[in-house]
Design a protein around this ligand. Sequence first.
Ligand code: SF4
Length: 462
Amino acid sequence: MTYRVIALGCQMNISDSERVASVLQGAGYREAEREEDADILGVVACSVRQKAIDRIYSKIHEWNGWKAQRPLLTFVSGCILPEDERKFLRLFDLVFRIDDLPRLPELVRTYGVPVPVPSGVEPQRSVTLQHADDFWAIAPRYQSPHAAYVPIQNGCDKFCTFCAVPYTRGREVSRPAADILGEVTRLVENGYRTITLLGQNVNSYGKGLGDAGSAAGTPAFPTFAELLDEVGDVADTAAHRVWVYFTSPHPSDMSGDVLDAIAAHPSLAKQVHLPLQSGDDRVLIRMNRNYRLEDYRKIVGDIRDRLPTATLFTDLIVGFCGETEEQFAATREAMEEFRYHMAFIAAYSPRPGAAGSRWDDDVPQSEKKRRLHVLSEVLQRTALAHHERQVGATVDVFVEAEDRQPGLLLARTEGRIPVRLAGDAALVGSIVPATVTAARPLSLAAELSAAHTLAAAPAAAG
Ligand code: SF4
């Protein structure tokens, strides 16, 4: 019996799908090369974005079309809003919360793979799981032998008014530090080059838990800075270079000791993703962001003082409910001031369940588009200025994959700036030195430095 799981959404959905694959594999199912060959088809997705919802519907309609010809079981999990869960129950055979994943094999066995249903016959009723078991204990089936996601926390207590995550993933739960350190240690030992610690709000990790669950004087839940320190200790001693990232932190939980930990460990990558969302305090209050522009400015100052080589990324929303031209201008000015290396800019769209979805979405689409375009231009200009200063420099890059164009490789700097360079496919999975030859608005072109060595390729890359 074979399965195929696809992830539609963010890094957290990819990470969850790796654990889903692992559970099915552990239950004796084999991964199919193609969806067309699988007996069990699942999607791990985010139902808070319309684009993802559309893709989920398109997938399940295609899969259900196959059911008349062959036995097939379908399931959906991930970040699912309660109202979508009810709709999905009519389309998928199984719908479950991701923390109920350990019970999936039992449910598959109980439910069975349905035989083909002739058209006109009422299909078997769908099923949902009822209770949770230990999700963190599941060892994931990583999609890459070089780059891994490690979840450290799930859910969120912040309730930003534009976001539905607290309703889809529930309240914040931190993963015990011993589990995280165990997974990081195994990844380092297996030659992984990049490790990204994941959570909806990573820097509130362990908040309020103190030494809960401590054994032999070791807190089960240290602070985020202490956790980073311990992860850095593990990754610093690796036999090869490792870059450890984390995403996403919240500005209101960003403390100096987190930046000190990054500065102290060579393996903690010098890159910070700090979502601003808006440069106007009145909009930040409506968004329930719990910081003001001045607080954010101080953190950026600390980052630039303590981590002078770090790249700075952000998230921004334009056209949030009631955003005036003057408030938008404040965001544009903030972008000019903070000179981001990368910004993920979204036009506001209401998320069902979030408080903002009950407010008037009063900025016209055409105006949202215009504002998005203005900010994109600012980003391209500020990022290009950063990149131009790199031309001629030799920097280490992590080679992620082969480019579609034969002979070219896709890589990233430690600061996560995309780089294209010519090179042999055997370098995929390595960190190699490269000399920057040209700057583009959102990427760099480079050539392999004469000093590079194939011996840098990790054991896992074969
Ligand atoms: S945007 Fe706000 S509510 Fe949503 S996950 Fe991030 S911190 Fe939590």
